[in-house]
Design a protein around this ligand. Sequence first.
Ligand code: NAD
Length: 312
Amino acid sequence: MTAKIISGREVAEHILENELSKKVEELKGKNIIPNLVVILVGEMKASASYVAQKEKFAAKAGIKSEVRRFNSEISENEILSEIDKINDDSLIHGVIVQLPLPDHISVAKVLNRIHPSKDVDGFTPNNVGKLFLGEDTLVSCTPKGIMQMLRISGTDLNGKNVTVIGRSNIVGKPVSILCQSENATVTMCHSRTKDLNHKLSDADVIIVAVGVPKFISGDQIPEGAVVIDVGIHNIDGKLCGDVDFDSAKEKASAITPVPGGVGPMTVCALIENTIIAAERINSAWEDSNFWPLASEANALSNWATGAKKDSN
Ligand code: NAD
């Protein structure tokens, strides 16, 4: 069997140019321009290139985006007060902090300072909690992009076995919840899982987010499974994923490529979340029941920084 390729790049372009740009036009008709701010600290080459892709996609959908750059010497307090300013600015609808941050800045403290209504990465405890409870929320971008790819490839998860490899807070855990909410039976694997091959043997869908180049190969994939490769690695100038694409495509019925798979869908989901945030913030203003709860964001931040657990 040679797998169908699920092109995230093509799907993302289609969604941006057809669906999202239409929504943006409607909002512009009401004098609302969805506005995303990206906070970039330091000079990491990979971060700069991810940020450039976000700006490109924002332009395609017609939303406003701004990158606020800070040098790596900036203090934690200065970043926190920048986020407070953004939380209080009614013309900004979404904010993300590009990771990684320098070691002297607490990622948990910074992310949890973002007001949940502007948390377009879906990383705050409020939004993660709602996701786990099955409530409507800003869903984190990579899991959201993966679910869109599965839908577009015609993969119905109802009653299917999904094996997720990797339990990170940004990919493995949330995508496993989303698959369960579509009635899949989910097996979560991680660095201490015994007999990974056995856990893969009856999988209809395999989602790999491990961070090890070509970690999964064709001989571990059951004939006809759908394979979603989240990993991205630059090996001697050539990009590859967590799956050995060449051997996997001979066993899978459908597979995402790297590059051009999950990556573009993640950025597309970020743009969509910014548009959703703009719609919700403005309808909340219209109900005039809303305000920027900087104090609420501070309380969440204090709570979350006390609760960091080993996710490896
Ligand atoms: P992470 O590094 O936070 O966690 C890796 C996970 O893999 C851990 O939960 C660990 O338990 C598991 N793991 C490690 N070794 C294992 C083993 N031998 N067997 C089974 N499980 C094992 O992961 P992450 O942040 O989810 O990132 C994973 C990969 O996906 C990275 O390559 C990252 O760059 C990439 N990524 C890509 C996108 C995108 O938009 N394309 C988004 C997020 C992450």
